[in-house]
Design a protein around this ligand. Sequence first.
Ligand SMILES: *[C@@H]1O[C@H](CO)[C@@H](O)[C@H](O)[C@H]1NC(C)=O
Ligand SMILES: *[C@@H]1O[C@H](CO)[C@@H](O)[C@H](O)[C@H]1NC(C)=O
Ligand SMILES: *[C@@H]1O[C@H](CO)[C@@H](O)[C@H](O)[C@H]1NC(C)=O
Ligand SMILES: *[C@@H]1O[C@H](CO)[C@@H](O)[C@H](O)[C@H]1NC(C)=O
Ligand SMILES: *[C@@H]1O[C@H](CO)[C@@H](O)[C@H](O)[C@H]1NC(C)=O
Ligand SMILES: *[C@@H]1O[C@H](CO)[C@@H](O)[C@H](O)[C@H]1NC(C)=O
Ligand SMILES: *[C@@H]1O[C@H](CO)[C@@H](O)[C@H](O)[C@H]1NC(C)=O
Ligand SMILES: *[C@@H]1O[C@H](CO)[C@@H](O)[C@H](O)[C@H]1NC(C)=O
Ligand SMILES: *[C@@H]1O[C@H](CO)[C@@H](O)[C@H](O)[C@H]1NC(C)=O
Ligand SMILES: *[C@@H]1O[C@H](CO)[C@@H](O)[C@H](O)[C@H]1NC(C)=O
Ligand SMILES: *[C@@H]1O[C@H](CO)[C@@H](O)[C@H](O)[C@H]1NC(C)=O
Ligand SMILES: *[C@@H]1O[C@H](CO)[C@@H](O)[C@H](O)[C@H]1NC(C)=O
Ligand SMILES: [Cu+2]
Length: 575
Amino acid sequence: MGVFLLSSPAFPGVFLFTLINLCLIPELAVAGITRHYKFDVNFQNVTRLCHTKSIVTVNGQFPGPRIVAREGDHLLIKVVNHVQNNISIHWHGIRQLRSGWADGPAYVTQCPIQTGNSYVYNFTIVGQRGTLFWHAHISWLRATLYGPLIILPKQGVPYPFAKPYKEVPIIFGEWWNTDPEAVITQALQTGGGPNVSDAYTINGLPGPLYNCSAKDTFRLKVRPGKTYLLRLINAALNDELFFSIANHTLTVVEADAIYIKPFETDTVVITPGQTTNVLLKTKNHIPNATFFMSARPYVTGLGTFDNSTVAGILEYQYSSSIKKLPLFKPVLPPLNDTSFVTNFTAKLRSLASAQFPANVPQKVDKRFFFTIGLGTSPCHKNQTCQGPNGTMFAASMNNVSFAVPTTALLQAHFFGQSNGVYQPDFPTSPIFPFNYTGNPPNNTMVGNGTKLVVLPFNTSVELVMQDTSILGAESHPFHLHGFNFFVVGQGFGNFDPNKDPANFNLVDPIERNTMGVPSGGWAAIRFLADNPGVWFMHCHLEIHTSWGLKMAWLVLDGKLPNQKLLPPPADLPKC
Ligand SMILES: *[C@@H]1O[C@H](CO)[C@@H](O)[C@H](O)[C@H]1NC(C)=O
Ligand SMILES: *[C@@H]1O[C@H](CO)[C@@H](O)[C@H](O)[C@H]1NC(C)=O
Ligand SMILES: *[C@@H]1O[C@H](CO)[C@@H](O)[C@H](O)[C@H]1NC(C)=O
Ligand SMILES: *[C@@H]1O[C@H](CO)[C@@H](O)[C@H](O)[C@H]1NC(C)=O
Ligand SMILES: *[C@@H]1O[C@H](CO)[C@@H](O)[C@H](O)[C@H]1NC(C)=O
Ligand SMILES: *[C@@H]1O[C@H](CO)[C@@H](O)[C@H](O)[C@H]1NC(C)=O
Ligand SMILES: *[C@@H]1O[C@H](CO)[C@@H](O)[C@H](O)[C@H]1NC(C)=O
Ligand SMILES: *[C@@H]1O[C@H](CO)[C@@H](O)[C@H](O)[C@H]1NC(C)=O
Ligand SMILES: *[C@@H]1O[C@H](CO)[C@@H](O)[C@H](O)[C@H]1NC(C)=O
Ligand SMILES: *[C@@H]1O[C@H](CO)[C@@H](O)[C@H](O)[C@H]1NC(C)=O
Ligand SMILES: *[C@@H]1O[C@H](CO)[C@@H](O)[C@H](O)[C@H]1NC(C)=O
Ligand SMILES: *[C@@H]1O[C@H](CO)[C@@H](O)[C@H](O)[C@H]1NC(C)=O
Ligand SMILES: [Cu+2]
């Protein structure tokens, strides 16, 4: 049993990520072993934008510690809750084959870890390698509880691209000067939109474009003529992002821990919940210049948003002694550039090689059609709320706004106690069809319930997600737990079941765990339900999740012994 110690004593965040050596991924000598981590969830005082806040952290670090493992490794991560909040941690993108108890979404696969308690997340990384991340999966705690989860290939297995000189995680986040828990509590009480963040961050640092922030700038020092692998992670709560580095072209090689056919771009689009590996080839001769690496949002909704820009600095080592080097800034697409996003997305294709095949389900057992979008719910009696026309903002799929149960769905299922917890009747298609992307219906009120779709083991599923124009069309980054899915088609307007399937890509579609369903459009995905358990599916814009844009699939056990969910661990938290 090997122990890989990552967590160092609690560095103040500002030092942690400005020290370049700490940014690089270490080589791992061994694979196929058990790696132990301890996550102490505690408070730490952190200062950004001249605001000092006591934030919830893992091991006092912000962003949290990095998990580095190899494909095939077994992870045991002991999470100890030392704070007042209930806690749960999700290992975003990990398939959790038969180990759904370790997936993490609160009240879905587990009750949260209560103050003073602990839980060991116990899972094996099977058939996956690449960049993923971990984050809290309860309320808005993931605003500060997140970190990279890096899976290296098995020892001796090369990348399907030239070995990079160095590897660097770049994790985007959002910073509020106030407590993010207070922000979401207030939004849910008033029914209005939440206060937007005060800054975006790169590795926890807002950078020089904000007041009182220049010293908190991520700096990447590079050597000339080398190739760096940047492991981009969007851990922001509510914003899709454009990312670009001035005067440098990026080669995209992986998305959501799946190798893709490489392509070059100046700008990357990354939604919350997505990860993207890019190769950065540095200039052969040291330029007498420094370069911004910047991110700002891609926005389609009608609400207010944080329209600011985070910047880090790319600088060449041994750059000339000239004190003041010129600084170049990238040109990012306009905030509403759907055309750019559509073109970028169209370039994403699975590598689909003999070694890394795209196992796209060719036949479909069950088809589903879910509308996704915003809506309203009634204000508390005799009050006026701050949502549309005095109502409260809500969100739904097939007009069901998900009501979070008070006990975990997976436990209720496993112990045959679903009665009163959930109903297995989530609608397979809208009960009242309408022109989804046309004039919105007069009645914007949504229904609610704790409803699941039940799938027999190994069902081949096709799901069309259709954005609605109720309260404005908007791009929704949908994330599925427990599976990767193939994006076989997407388009604008209403999905046409007679015409659109003819254009589906069943050869090399992108395989991933999170996709941006186009604003005012639809996306068709396929996956094989070969993992028994209860699997959450939700918009990864956290405010939409809070408003109910979520549901769950219940995949039943198969007949064979290795097709069954394992029993729960003894330390599984209780509600
Ligand atoms: C944070 O700062 C407050 C006020 O200065 C102090 O009382 C508290 O001990 C600090 N907490 C930590 C974890 O350092
Ligand atoms: C982890 O899970 C496996 C499979 O259920 C089990 O055999 C093992 O005992 C667990 N390990 C710990 C430390 O709980
Ligand atoms: C960077 O790009 C700008 C705009 O295209 C160009 O004017 C400048 O010369 C470039 N600088 C370097 C050092 O590549
Ligand atoms: C940078 O400046 C140094 C010293 O002035 C000079 O020798 C070098 O050629 C310059 N490099 C470039 C790419 O212009
Ligand atoms: C961001 O929004 C604010 C408030 O609406 C506005 O004043 C400002 O000009 C915007 N900034 C940019 C860069 O769009
Ligand atoms: C994007 O915003 C600009 C102004 O900010 C507007 O002129 C343009 O029509 C918008 N484009 C789209 C596609 O909405
Ligand atoms: C997207 O691609 C289309 C067709 O190739 C092109 O006309 C359009 O200009 C592109 N849009 C952007 C923003 O690059
Ligand atoms: C709430 O409304 C009901 C009926 O509309 C009314 O009888 C009651 O007095 C109201 N309560 C308050 C606190 O305004
Ligand atoms: C709010 O009320 C106005 C006027 O009655 C109406 O035109 C609008 O559609 C309503 N909006 C919503 C979201 O219900
Ligand atoms: C739906 O609404 C759009 C936009 O108003 C319109 O162009 C389209 O024809 C409508 N479709 C149907 C089937 O009514
Ligand atoms: C919606 O309201 C408008 C104006 O009040 C009315 O003309 C229309 O018939 C209504 N549509 C439906 C589907 O109820
Ligand atoms: C859920 O729906 C019920 C009626 O089915 C309604 O009474 C309740 O207010 C709704 N809850 C929310 C949060 O919208
Ligand atoms: Cu959404």
